[in-house]
Design a protein around this ligand. Sequence first.
Ligand code: CMC
Length: 426
Amino acid sequence: MNITDLGTAKLSYQDNEIELPLLEGTMGEKAIDISKLRGATGLGTLDSGYGNTGSCTSEITFIDGEEGVLMYRGYPIEQLAEKADFVEVCYLLIYGHLPSVEELTDFRNSLTHHSLIHEDMKKFFEGYPPTAHPMAILSAMVASLSAYYPEEDGDTNIIRLLAKLNTIAAFSYKKSIGQPYIYPRNDLDYAGDFLHMMHAVPAEPYELDDTLVEALNLLLILHADHEQNCSTSTVRMVGSSGANLFASIASGICALWGPLHGGANQKVIQMLERIEKDGSDYKKYVAMAKDKDSDFRLMGFGHRVYKNFDPRATVMKQSADEVLDLLGVENNPVLATAKALEEAALSDPYFAEKKLFPNVDFYSGIILEAMGFPTSMFTPIFALSRTVGWVSQWKEMLTDPQNKIGRPRQLYLGETARDYVDIEKR
Ligand code: CMC
């Protein structure tokens, strides 16, 4: 463990004082270790939303929100986005190093050869109404994989999960539009296979477009991990109880679904459609987002950690421009509204003061819309990508000697002790 001991930090309270260990991580981040605080003082801490609380040490992903830095295993996201493919990034995140040619070939082959789902699982899809959100199907199917692979076979189950998720996500879409399932093809790479399973039909050949495969590959890389965010913390929390891999990841899928997290990419397009239907009066919506009496927020803007810019959004914006150019969709009214809204918000002092700028999901929503994905598939595609982050964090947690079941405390504000009143006297 590469922790540097920086001595102690002093905490004074009432007439007491305690010294707590002050630690430093490899990128210079400092943290006060409060793990002995309650035992030594009886004091707890209060940190709603965990904005200041580190729940674990990790060697996987580093973020500097002030400087807009994101690195996987020490490699800057910009370099990985330019040079790597998603499967290579998966290997890096899970095993901690860039694969050799042989390691990458073996890993790719394993992913390819585990992509079929058990034929019985196809029957599950039949039970859902056509209106079912694919995230509902995805989470249930992933939890159900534990019924087919009950053995605690960590690494093989990780491969199975990554490989089959592509197929499950595409099948759930085919179910929702009433088309036959398209089986995975072993000659296609991860992103290409997914596009094929989503868009091909048995009646005619489907031509994959390299630019779209590349754009999807990029999107998968940019979303692959993001340290201890809401869904990853959920996976670690559930996994800390000893729940199996599939159950832990299914819980992450549910956490990701929320509109303040991965569900934001779908909400971005729904918001843009609403603005467009309302006469494209985007200024009205910028004003609503600033109005304290309105609960309207600009979806795809702001971030808990990034306070100057989201480095993923910088890369994604460039890709969005390329995809829009390629597909010639500059006349799409929803995408025109997106550009107008982006400009209006970026030049507004309110957004500058609150450090609100477009996040990765603003542009990923735009790209996926332009690529012809239905909005309901946006968050499942995010889940396809983030699953590798979740499994890497889950695997790291299992081998961490400090790991124990997650169990936060609270500050109780309810009634003080009182006696039970018999029902006839209330
Ligand atoms: N539109 C308008 N005002 C906003 C927005 C927004 N999108 N986001 C934050 N604010 C305001 C908020 O009203 C608050 O104002 P005040 O200080 O006057 O009360 C201030 O900015 C701070 O907001 P917060 O909610 O305390 O910040 P947070 O760190 O808890 O929330 C967030 C971060 C991402 C949930 C939030 O910015 C948001 O709801 N954004 C829209 C949803 C979204 O795009 N989510 C995707 C995040 S990126 C993908 C991922 O990693 O999950």
